[in-house]
Design a binder for this molecule. Structure first.
Ligand SMILES: [Zn+2]
Length: 142
């Protein structure tokens, strides 16, 4: 994914997806769509506050949902209490560091997913998202 630098370029990306680039939406987009990254809603709001944006939390959440609906963002659910917004929308997998909370991309071909049974009757595959949980290796155990 190319790195977006200007507000005008971000504005164009929103228009392309049929989203009117209001100042509030641009504030959110400037944080999360600026480069390939994974951020929680709280992290996005914190970065917006640092930039001086006063957009309400509810508007930020609504905007993030809208961006997901229109295919500008995807979510990565690490566990039921932690969701991240991912600005890389192409299919890929993730390493999740359970100690630091960091998500790292794994290219699609980096995980070999073999289903050992057929899909349920009458169902088709929509996608497979793998989150591999890791932590710093315990050096003493070696
Ligand atoms: Zn990712």
């Amino acid at each position: 994914m190319e790195t977006i630098v200007t507000r005008e370029q971000i504005s164009e990306r929103l228009y392309e997806r049929g989203i009117v680039p209001t100042p509030q939406r641009l504030d959110v987009a400037e944080v999360i769509l600026a480069r390939p990254q994974h951020l929680s809603a709280d992290q996005i709001i914190a970065q917006m506050r640092r930039r001086g944006s006063r957009v309400s939390k509810a508007t930020v959440y609504n905007t993030l949902n809208l961006f997901c609906e229109r295919g500008l963002l995807r979510t990565v659910e690490v566990d039921p209490t932690r969701m991240f917004y991912d600005s890389t929308i192409e299919p890929h997998h993730h390493f999740f560091d359970v100690e630091t909370g960091e998500l790292v991309d794994i290219p699609l071909e980096g995980v070999d997913v073999a289903l050992a049974q057929p899909l349920p009757e009458g169902k088709e595959l929509v996608g497979v998202d793998v989150v591999i949980r890791v932590r710093r290796a315990d050096e003493r155990a070696k």
